[in-house]
Write a new protein. Structure first.
Length: 429
């Protein structure tokens, strides 16, 4: 198969790495890709939102399967666009329709979907700028802390956890009246704060049947001990001890089944991945959010644990034959440590040369915000630069492998969290 993978992050490098392990892949193109995907596949200078260019490329290279990595082209309707063209109307695509992608594109839409389909989630109300007084009054009646979420896409940064009423009120005003997150915060979901342990569950679906992929825990805050600003993710661990068989059974019965049944009942065309952000609250699962693609950096920890043919999984999703696919998962651990540019998630300098080790025993380096400069030197180009995944039959072994490789990597102002996975290790003692 000739496969086109869209995206440029660590998630897409992990996808490319896994796809190329399959004998079913003849040629792999990544658009636009990064310096890491350039080493193993063919990068294509196409934006993920250049729908016309993507369509033309599919025709010129006889693409047999399209895999959409990030959420933006899905929310903007790439799948609908390709299906509207006679030449690509029946092309297998991994990614939901525009309506399906609204599960991530609008927090309010997804909360209403959960309510309609009996999926357990936090209590909430949604407000717009002309409802600011009602929103401020609502805040006064809620317990603290309280969560404020920009309704639209905000690059993983549109969620605020407010510890005081004053902070909540000023944040709501900034979001609604001062467009703190641009158009994304033209609506704001005010949500009950759930206490417990957070984890990510990934589901592959062809719209009718589903497969539950390995779960993971990610680390969103920039600072050690989960302090500081939220980021796109500083690391991940899979599997996690607090997602035992009994808990995952509840997840499947109470969340996965009604979610997939809801998509089918509401006639939402959905062939892709559902990332379910969950809270384990006293042994019971509650949905924090849906995403309509695989998470990053969780993908870099989850995909290495899939032992069955990955292209077979992608084909099953895209062609409606997922029920025929046998998913095999390794019992071993994968742990991912993200190395970022100094200053991230705020402003940061880029263009610093990166030094990588020749050998990385027990680990693999996935590129995210990397590029080659004019002298063909590898440099940091984004906030999250590299994701280093370590493997092991025990969690400590996987972490040791990841950090041993991290310590051999350097560039000016590089930063990473040294406590990834340490909370899980303590729980296991």
């Amino acid at each position: 198969m000739n496969i086109l993978l869209l995206g440029s992050g660590g998630r897409e490098h992990a996808f490319a790495w896994k796809i190329l392990q399959s004998p079913e892949c003849s040629r792999l193109f990544v658009a636009p890709g990064n310096a890491g995907t350039a080493e193993i596949a063919q990068n294509v200078a196409l934006s993920v939102t250049d729908f016309q260019g993507i369509h033309q490329f599919i025709l010129s290279e006889s693409i047999d399967l399209v895999v959409v990595g990030p959420e933006e082209p899905l929310v903007k309707g790439l799948v609908d666009f390709l299906q509207s063209k006679p030449e690509t109307a029946t092309l297998p695509i991994v990614g939901p329709s525009k309506l399906g992608a609204t599960l991530e594109g609008s927090k309010d839409f997804s909360k209403r979907f959960m309510q309609r389909n009996g999926v357990p989630t936090a209590a909430y109300e949604t407000f717009t700028a002309d409802q600011i007084e009602a929103g401020l009054a609502y805040l006064e009646k809620q317990s603290l802390p309280i969560v404020l979420k920009a309704d639209g896409l905000a690059a993983g940064k549109g969620v605020l956890i407010c510890e005081t009423l004053e902070e909540a009120k000023s944040s709501l005003k900034e979001m609604l009246l001062e467009a703190k997150f641009g158009d994304a915060s033209s609506k704001v979901v005010v949500e009950e704060f759930l206490t417990g342990i957070e984890l990510s569950v990934f589901v592959a679906t062809d719209g009718k049947s589903y497969k539950i992929l390995p779960e993971a825990k990610d680390y969103k805050r920039i600072g050690e001990g989960d302090t500081g600003l939220n980021t796109g993710g500083m690391g991940a661990v899979s599997p996690v001890i607090f997602a035992d068989a009994a808990f995952m059974q509840k997840v499947e019965e109470r969340i996965v089944k009604p979610t997939i049944a809801g998509l089918e009942k509401e006639e939402i065309d959905y062939k892709g991945f559902v990332f379910i952000g969950l809270m384990n609250k006293n042994g019971n699962p509650y949905v924090i959010e849906y995403n309509v693609r695989m998470g990053d950096p969780e993908t870099e920890a989850v995909l290495p644990r899939i032992e069955s043919d990955f292209v077979g999984l992608l084909k099953g999703i895209a062609t409606g034959t997922l029920s025929d696919y046998e998913l095999e998962i390794s019992p071993n651990y994968s742990t991912t440590v993200v190395m970022v540019s100094g200053g991230y998630p705020g402003s940061y300098d880029k263009g610093f040369p990166i030094s990588l080790p020749d050998k990385t025993p027990g680990s693999v380096i996935f590129h995210a915000g990397t590029a080659h400069n004019a002298e063909r030197k590898l440099v940091n180009q984004g906030g999250r630069v590299l994701a280093i995944t370590g493997f092991g039959s025990e969690l400590k072994e996987a972490l040791d492998h990841a950090f041993a490789t991290v310590q051999k990597i350097s560039w000016e102002k590089a930063y990473y969290r040294r406590d990834i996975g340490q909370d899980i290790l303590k729980l296991m003692k």
